[in-house]
Design a protein around this ligand. Structure first.
Ligand SMILES: N[C@@H](CCC(=O)N[C@@H](CS)C(=O)NCC(=O)O)C(=O)O
Length: 290
């Protein structure tokens, strides 16, 4: 089919492995493992298998926030799952997440190991387990969960919709870019209005709702996603920007976004994390290279 020809869907869809898209090598219409591979296990209660994407950093930020409060039971080993290489289809990974997506967490501090997948479920699990970063009053907890679920449901339009067609698709098509840019701008406007008289997403406290929303919409307005700041005119969402910058200054956030990161400045990448001293060594490496 040439570019000018109109696409007419066939009667039955067939899998075209060579569609040329950025993720053509890992996307498949079937689930399950492609190869046998056990997951490594470290010494800490939590074993995280992830990559430093916006969904991945939600969990590392949360764990670093808990550790920052002195909660040693939140110590974790973070192992790198390279999704571009298909590590999420290894048999060990599929056992803890049949959906083959990062982040996935294993809690080994209970009688039997507990698997937790879906970043929203992981945030809620950790918040409930340690009774932190979630409001205690029932009505406030409900408002926090409203926004946690809002993020989980809204972001596929930002990532899978806008990000895919604007940044990753092999050719640029006006129709999907228009449709998803409109929706993402509407979502940013929802947040901007919400934050017009607030420092945090809900109940005047920093919660898992801030962590989950910041990891996507904060990154977007700070110019870290899809090079789309100008296209989406993110500077007009002043309240979102103010909130995003404030959260960006937190020490746990600065640490969390380094873990399992494989892109950007090498000195900002901590491929695996097994101890809080790993961050200090990373800083020393950086100083030595100067
Ligand atoms: N709803 C899931 C989405 C997870 C997700 O899409 N993860 C991506 C990286 S951000 C992934 O693992 N992609 C690999 C693949 O699709 O094979 C969550 O929030 O945990």
């Amino acid at each position: 089919m040439t570019k000018s020809e109109k696409y007419v869907p066939p009667k039955k869809w067939v899998w075209d492995k060579e569609n040329g898209g950025k993720f053509a090598n890992i996307n498949r219409p079937i689930s399950g493992s492609t190869h046998v591979k056990d997951l490594p296990i470290g010494e800490h209660p939590f074993q995280l298998y992830s990559q430093g994407t916006p969904n991945g950093v939600k969990v590392t930020i949360m764990l670093e926030e808990l550790l920052n409060l002195g909660i040693q039971e939140a110590e974790y080993d973070a192992w790198l799952i390279r999704i571009g290489d298909g590590d999420q289809f290894g048999s060990g990974f599929v056992e803890i997440n049949p959906n083959s997506k990062i982040p996935s967490l294993l809690d080994r501090s209970e009688n039997e190991p507990i698997r937790i997948f879906e970043s929203g479920s992981i945030l809620l699990y950790l918040a409930d387990k340690f009774n932190k970063f979630i409001p205690k009053k029932f009505e406030n907890r409900t408002e926090c969960l409203n926004w946690l679920f809002w993020q989980m449901a809204s972001t596929p339009y930002l990532g899978g919709g806008f990000g895919h067609f604007y940044a990753y698709a092999p050719e640029k098509y006006e129709y999907p870019i228009d449709r998803f840019a409109m929706e993402v701008k509407r979502q940013l406007d929802v947040l901007d209005k919400l934050l017009s008289d607030k420092n945090f997403i809900c109940c005047e406290e920093y919660t898992i709702a801030d962590i989950s929303i910041w990891s996507w919409y904060g990154a977007l307005v700070l110019g870290r996603l899809y090079n789309a700041e100008e296209f989406l005119d993110v500077k007009t969402y002043k309240n979102v920007l103010r909130w995003a910058k404030k959260i960006n200054d937190r020490q746990a956030v600065k640490r969390g976004i380094m873990v399992n990161k494989i892109k950007g400045n090498p000195s900002s990448q901590l491929h695996e994390r097994h101890s809080s001293s790993d961050f200090i060594h990373k800083t020393q490496d950086k100083l030595e290279k100067l």
